[in-house]
Design a protein around this ligand. Structure first.
Ligand SMILES: Nc1ncnc2c1ncn2[C@@H]1O[C@H](COP(=O)(O)OP(=O)(O)OP(=O)(O)O)[C@@H](O)[C@H]1O
Ligand SMILES: [Mg+2]
Length: 330
């Protein structure tokens, strides 16, 4: 079953191609849509909501056609826009009740659902104060609450961690994960940070310049290039040469050797080589690449083929430049 399916979807503005023949299927669960600024993430979301027509191609959301069933889609889907859109002089409670009523809930249900949803996103006494005085974190929570209040089947969250400090980001990502685990709602969440979505998402879709770069499950992304971190008490250069001679791909990283795991035999080759050298084996552990690392490699290649296209930004550039929190996905 797919919740979102696009077929050769394009959106062209007079000066920019925002989406370029994008074909992708999104399955139930949490899906991260990753791309640098201008990659086309918000454009895709607006098309999926039936708010902006595609120039070419087709898209279905929960089986409905975005070109003809926009109103029905918006009844079943929750949307958290990327920009600040909250009226400053009403409270979170008033605003979310209003949004619930707009989605067709009767007054009593709207009030009850609003109280539940605001509690779920972690707004308590503050919910009666005008939103103009809220912090960015509180505003993002209200935006999430209004996307959830009518109990949608799917939510489209456009950069929900924007403007949050690291602790606020972690809380927001935890909330998003629970939207799926607690309520079974599927989530499409965008970010320009590869690293943060890898812990939250079951699947990752990466777009760049409106084109699909890659789509797969998060574990496939990181497992595909699993490596073995090997630390020996001495003679790591000799070990590197031996493993290299045995046909393994090995990189030195400080004291560590990172060995690409070809198959189960890789472990035996490392063990035998270490034994032959007669040194101590201080560590041998499997590591998963972080998604951002994969893209650093991949964009190096793309840069060569796409030289001169002038796009400038890449997901890897955005992901690695701004994250820098040193998390280890081992
Ligand atoms: N209404 C519009 N008219 C003209 N060009 C547009 C319009 N909306 C978006 N674009 C262009 O389309 C491209 C994709 O924009 P989009 O907002 O979808 O990117 P994004 O991935 O959401 O970026 P960001 O991370 O900055 O939010 C950009 O080059 C943008 O300038
Ligand atoms: Mg955007």
């Amino acid at each position: 079953m797919t919740v979102i399916a696009t077929e050769s979807l394009s959106k062209r503005y007079p000066r920019v191609t925002a989406l370029d023949r994008l074909t992708v299927d999104v399955t139930p669960g949490v899906t991260g849509l990753v791309g640098a600024n201008g990659a086309g993430k918000s454009t895709l979301i607006k098309i999926l909501l039936g708010l902006s027509p595609a120039t070419e191609g087709r898209a279905r959301v929960l089986g409905l056609d975005v070109a003809t069933d926009g109103a029905e889609i918006r009844g079943l889907v929750g949307y958290m826009p990327e920009h600040d859109c909250l009226p400053p002089d009403v409270s979170a409670t008033e605003f979310v009740v209003h949004m619930a009523r707009m989605s067709g809930l009767p007054p009593t249900a709207a009030r009850e659902r609003t109280a539940d949803t605001l509690r779920h996103v972690g707004l308590y006494e503050e919910r009666y104060r005008p939103m103009g005085g809220y912090s960015t974190g509180m505003k993002q929570r209200v935006k999430l609450a209004q996307a959830l209040v009518h109990d949608p089947k799917l939510v489209l969250l456009d950069e929900p961690t924007n403007g949050l400090d690291p602790a606020g980001r972690d809380e927001m990502l935890g909330l998003i994960r629970r939207v799926h685990t607690d309520f079974g709602i599927s989530v499409l969440v965008t970010s320009h940070l590869l690293g943060e979505l890898e812990r939250t998402s079951d699947h990752i879709v990466v777009i760049d310049g409106g084109k699909l770069l890659r789509a797969s499950s998060t574990s496939e992304f990181t497992q595909a290039t699993a490596s073995l971190a090997v630390e020996v008490t001495d003679r790591e250069h000799d070990l590197l040469a031996m493993l290299d001679a045995a046909g393994l791909t090995v990189q030195a990283s400080g004291h560590l050797l990172l060995v690409d795991i070809a198959d189960d035999g890789t472990y035996d080759l490392v063990r035998d080589a270490v034994a032959q050298l007669g040194v101590g084996l201080a560590r041998m552990e499997q590591r998963r690449h972080r998604i951002a690392e994969l893209f650093t490699d991949e964009t190096d290649e793309t840069d060569e083929t796409d030289a001169g296209d002038g796009a400038g930004t890449t997901p890897a550039a955005a992901g690695t430049a701004q994250e820098g929190d040193g998390r280890d996905a081992a």
